[in-house]
Design a protein around this ligand. Structure first.
Ligand SMILES: Cc1ncc(COP(=O)(O)O)c(C=O)c1O
Length: 447
């Protein structure tokens, strides 16, 4: 059988693609109906943190479904919701205590936009509603989240529908937006936030949202030392909330439970998604401080927000099972260790003349492609270098995740490597073999 548009009734995500049908997954591998094996080198979209086919998770899902599959979040709670919140509460950065469960990252970002708005409304600062975000960021595809997202190509078709949220440049040292080098730059990329706040009017800003390590748009860009703490200080100076978008980086992906912990920081609001359930069920969360929720309780009596599937009993059972699995198998420590190993191996790919940069933290890594290693000139978008690499690697049995357009809104090519945390060193070697084979083919046939 051939699957893909226009056959059948599915409105597929990619309309020009032929889809292999996956029959099962095991560990880091996926198998299609023809028996072809793929290494899930990106865990989907950096979601599959604990690997495929973990029987413990299956057991917990079926147990919960057998007990009760659904209750509405305004009417009941369940043991799974209560226990998961307790367990998650134990690992959260200091000061974050109240967890609002949702189904996806974009939903969690929408909730964060609204919570920061309602918080200031209740505090008597009704003019504060705008959230400042960064260019080349990704915060989701729903209209509020897309208004924050700084990915030019994703915004363009919907510009008339987007909210007027200001943006500032990212800490992208490989291509410093100001043409400086660290540390002589004196963190201009953080200081510029203050200018943006001043020009937009601090009294109108409710929050600043950042991915602590830039994810799917530029690919695993780790900020320089001092950057995040400078951002936090600027937020504090103007009484603005800091929303830490850890949808991709959270739940261990960067080698600590949460990326902000690499710099010893704790935000006012944090959003999580992706790896919370390891992909076994749609699950996300918006998390904040008790004092924020207390204010809502005192004034309006609650958060003016909600969804049919918020606080889902089965999602929470899966989240709890995934968290327990990670703790029992020390997967955050393993992610840190394997991440170091992977990054060292990926560095060797700079021997290929079109590999410009290799970067990341933990098992969140990326390779940026350039036409010229010395000048860092990007490939023209028309060359579709990312797509070619992605397709060839896929054919060779390796699934990667990609991003384009981050250099100037059009050009810019990268792939992300972000396998499940259970990966062994020998399996990282398997990834390297396929990457080398793929890059050799690209060099020979496509450059
Ligand atoms: C940092 C970040 N925030 C938000 C989102 C949106 O999450 P979702 O795709 O689950 O809506 C993503 C998804 O890639 C993300 O990486």
């Amino acid at each position: 059988m051939v699957y893909g548009y226009p056959k059948g009734h599915i409105f597929y995500r990619k309309l020009g693609r032929v889809y292999p049908l996956i029959t099962h997954g095991e560990g880091i591998y996926l198998y299609d109906e023809r028996g072809k094996r793929y290494i899930d080198g990106s865990g989907g979209a950096l979601v599959v943190n604990i690997g495929h086919g973990q029987k413990e998770i299956l057991q917990k899902i079926t147990d919960q479904m057998g007990n009760v599959g659904y209750v509405h979040g305004t009417q009941f709670t369940t043991q799974s919701i209560e226990e998961y919140a307790e367990a998650l509460g134990e690992i959260l950065p200091q000061g974050l205590e109240k967890i609002y469960f949702l189904s996806g990252g974009s939903e969690a970002v929408e909730a964060a936009i609204k919570l920061s708005r309602q918080y200031f409304l209740e505090s008597g600062q009704s003019q504060r509603w705008r959230v400042v975000a960064r260019w080349h960021s990704y915060h989701g595809n729903t209209l509020g989240a897309l208004s924050l997202t700084g990915r030019v190509g994703a915004r363009k078709p919907y510009l008339p529908l987007l909210i007027d949220f200001p943006h500032f440049p990212p800490p992208y040292c490989y291509r410093c937006p100001f043409g400086y080098a660290y540390p002589e730059c004196d963190l201009e990329c953080a200081k510029v936030l203050e200018q943006v706040i001043q020009m937009e009017g601090p009294e109108t800003i409710s929050a600043v949202i950042l991915e602590p390590i830039v994810g799917a748009t530029i690919g695993a860009v780790v900020p320089p030392e001092g950057y995040l703490s400078s951002i936090k200080k600027i937020c504090e100076r103007y009484g603005i909330l800091w929303i830490d978008d850890e949808v991709m980086t959270g739940m261990g992906r960067t080698g600590k439970w949460f990326a902000a912990e690499h710099w010893g920081l704790s935000p006012d609001i944090m959003v999580l998604g992706k790896g919370m359930s390891g992909g076994y069920f749609p699950l996300s969360a918006m998390i904040t401080k008790t004092k924020v929720v207390d204010l809502l309780k005192e004034r309006t009596g609650g958060f003016v927000h909600g969804h049919t599937f918020s606080h889902h009993p089965v999602a929470c059972a899966v989240g709890l099972a995934a968290l327990q699995f990670m703790r029992e198998n020390n997967l955050v420590e393993q992610c840190a260790k394997r991440g170091e190993y992977l990054l060292k191996k990926l560095e060797t790919l700079k021997a290929f003349p079109f590999v410009g940069d290799v970067r990341g933290k933990g098992l969140m890594t990326a390779i940026e492609f350039v036409k010229d290693q010395k000048t860092k000139e990007p490939f023209s978008r028309a060359a579709k270098i990312t797509e070619k690499i992605l397709d060839l690697a896929f054919e060779n049995g390796l699934v990667l995740y990609s991003g384009t357009g981050f250099v100037d809104g059009i050009n810019g090519d990268m792939v992300m490597v972000g396998p499940p945390f259970i990966i062994e060193e020998a399996q990282i070697e398997e990834i390297m073999e396929i990457l080398k084979k793929t890059f050799t083919q690209i060099e020979k046939d496509h450059l």
